[in-house]
Ligand binder design. Structure first.
Ligand code: FMN
Length: 384
């Protein structure tokens, strides 16, 4: 099967108390409040984490061309702002797959993030619930959902099937750093870890995280590239349209398919009864040379003709990026590294800070663009 993640909407149910996360020290919480943008949070994460772990989160496949392209695509888009529209009141709320969300932003699945901060999945989930936005728990999370049946029993609103990991991408930073999952110390990475006492202290206190959902059936890697490129090792490269249809038949609620970059694939998914596609190249972590997610978005929006929802992720680092993605036809963006950097800097407090920064930037970008609600963001805002 392919990677599947459970998505929880910003419903009252999702906002019920979630297990507590590991709190940040007062100094770490104070530091994130002095971060003015996502890049500042990235810097704090880099300072705190052993290099091997930071690189696993920050890095991408091969020459990291697609990682850079994701950002470049956002930077190429220009807005033609409207003036004199009266922007004192801004409403950022919207529907994502029919459910109310306070922002056109959802948290995407990111596996293994407990290596960055103890129980980081819980911290990010709590930050999402506080912000009133949907959250996706990765199958590769370090907090368990025991896959599809359990996701159903636990009342997850939607199942997200990630289809761009038939094999792991070639992530060379991981090779260089001897970074493997399950985690192993080597002579090479020991010094790296020793240089980050704050991270060590947390690891000793809370223990080394395990990938709860797959721990019981993870095969041992047998060669160097399998070991280093740990992600993808658990999945079946033979997974295809028939397998997806079977999953669709088995899962009674909404289903999203993540990792789509072609209009014909999106059209076929709409015909299969899939509720949404996430236009994504996995943050540049799979096929290096894949098209930037934002560039792939417009043809996909045209192909599905409003029949299903279209979300996009990859390179969202600013509030104005959300305006650009929505103007190009997305229903919502998803975040990967943006909240992850925050969580690595200060757990839940850092993830909250990341979302506060993006919300503030989004409101300002909407005011400066002359749009008062999410519904007013359309293609007429685009200058190119
Ligand atoms: C550390 C890390 C782990 C990830 N794990 C998963 C995963 O388990 N399942 C999945 O579908 N995508 C995973 N992704 C991809 C993200 O969901 C998302 O597509 C990507 O991070 C978006 O790009 P951005 O981080 O530049 O915003 C992961 C990304 C990162 C950075």
């Amino acid at each position: 099967m392919s990677a599947a993640s459970g998505l929880r909407g910003a419903t009252a149910e999702a906002q019920a108390p979630i297990a507590s996360s590991c709190p940040a020290s007062r100094s770490a919480s104070a530091r994130v409040l002095r971060a003015w943008n996502i890049e500042d949070l990235r810097g704090l994460a880099k300072e705190r984490l052993p290099r091997a772990i930071f690189d696993f989160f920050d890095g991408a496949a091969e020459d990291e061309t697609t990682l850079r392209e994701n950002r470049a695509a956002f930077e190429r888009v220009r807005i033609a702002p409207k003036m004199l529209t009266g922007v004192a009141q801004i409403d950022t709320s919207t529907n994502i797959l029919g459910a109310r969300s306070n922002l056109p932003i959802a948290i995407g699945p990111t596996g293994g993030i407990g290596f960055g901060w103890p129980f980081a999945d819980v911290g990010v989930a709590r930050a999402a619930a506080a912000a009133g936005i949907p959250y996706t728990l990765s199958t590769m999370a370090t907090s368990s959902i025991e896959l599809i049946e359990r996701a159903r029993q636990l009342g997850y609103d939607a199942l997200m099937v990630t289809v761009d990991v038939p094999v792991g991408g070639k992530r060379e930073r991981d090779f260089r750093n001897d970074y493997v999952i399950p985690f192993r110390f080597s002579r090479k990475n020991l010094l790296d870890f020793a240089s980050r006492p704050g991270w060590w202290f947390a690891a000793l206190r809370y223990g080394m995280p395990v990938l709860e959902n797959v721990a019981s059936f993870a095969p041992e890697a047998t060669n160097v590239s399998e070991i280093a490129s740990s992600v993808g090792r658990f999945w079946d490269a033979g997974f295809n349209w028939d397998g997806l249809k079977e999953m669709r038949d088995r899962w009674p609620r909404k289903m999203l398919v993540k990792g789509i970059l072609r209009a014909d694939d999106a059209e076929r998914l709409a015909g299969l009864g899939i509720d949404a596609v996430v236009v994504s190249n996995h943050g540049g972590r799979q096929l290096d040379g894949a098209v930037a997610a934002l560039d792939a978005l417009p043809p996909i929006v045209r192909a599905v003709k409003g029949k299903i929802s279209v979300l996009v992720d990859g390179g969202v680092r600013r509030g104005v990026d959300v305006v650009k993605a929505l103007a190009l036809g997305a229903e919502s963006v998803m975040l990967g590294r943006a909240t992850l950097y925050g969580a690595c800097a200060a757990g839940e407090a850092g993830a909250v800070r990341a979302l506060d920064i993006l919300r503030d930037e989004l409101v300002r970008a909407m005011q400066l663009s002359g749009v008062r609600s999410v519904g007013e963001i359309g293609p007429d805002l685009l200058a190119n």
